[in-house]
Design a protein around this ligand. Sequence first.
Ligand SMILES: O=C(O)CNC(=O)[C@H](CS)NC(=O)CCC(=O)C(=O)O
Length: 279
Amino acid sequence: MTNLATPNNHNIVALQMCSGLNADDNIAELKKALNTLPASRPLLVCLPEAFLVFSKSGHDTLSTAKHIEQYKRQISQLCKHHNIWLNAGTIPEPYNNTKYYAASHLYNNQGECVATYNKIHLFDVNVDDKTGSYRESDFTQAGSDVVVVESPFGKLGLTVCYDLRFSALFTALARKGAEVILVPSAFTMVTGQAHWQPLLAARAIETQCYVVAAAQYGTHENGRQTYGHSIIISPWGNTLSNLPSGTGFISAKADLEPLQKIRRDMPVQSHQRFREHLL
Ligand SMILES: O=C(O)CNC(=O)[C@H](CS)NC(=O)CCC(=O)C(=O)O
């Protein structure tokens, strides 16, 4: 595990993981990683999509969804124990007997779940890799609500992975006041190499938000290969920290003063001429 030296004013961490099939094993990995956290508080820790379970099939993820409360209790206790805010990447939340939401919860440092975003755009895509065909909507119910939540780190906008390709969602988040946008992800190696970094940079620049993307990396027990490259980008589009490969942390300071100056100097939201077409 890579642990980069962390200046003690850093307030945001993104954890890169290589999650496996078994939820208990993935929680054990998470616990180990949290024991090496930087000491600064308040601290927001961001986890990747599917950190709890990265299955071979939606059937297996659905069985984890049926026992999700025990895992949520553990996640909540970890937040209290470490005195951290946590974006719990995604976990499967039951929708009905055959589908779950890809739910991205935000926990505060008391262990309370203070916001939930359900992934809106589902990855029903053919990719030129070993997996070939991704049909996320077979088992995942799409969400519909745009979520921005107050926090000690600014107003957080929640998205997940494939959502990154849909700028209208990011514009909607910006219009709801988002200052820091989280993009927990499990990008494929092939599409990540082609599109990951430029899409994230564009979203940061166009929304004038910090963008924090915690990613899955490596070859997983389910046979999939993910791109990694967890990254924290400033509202000016600068990369503040990144981790191309392996597992471990990156961290940065999300400072709202430079963000406000960027928005004063270049008020793109108020220059927007297509407002009536937007959410
Ligand atoms: O299936 C799970 O268990 C966890 N979820 C994922 O891995 C999701 C849905 S298949 N992956 C993506 O959205 C990749 C997007 C992507 O790679 C792109 O937009 O290019």
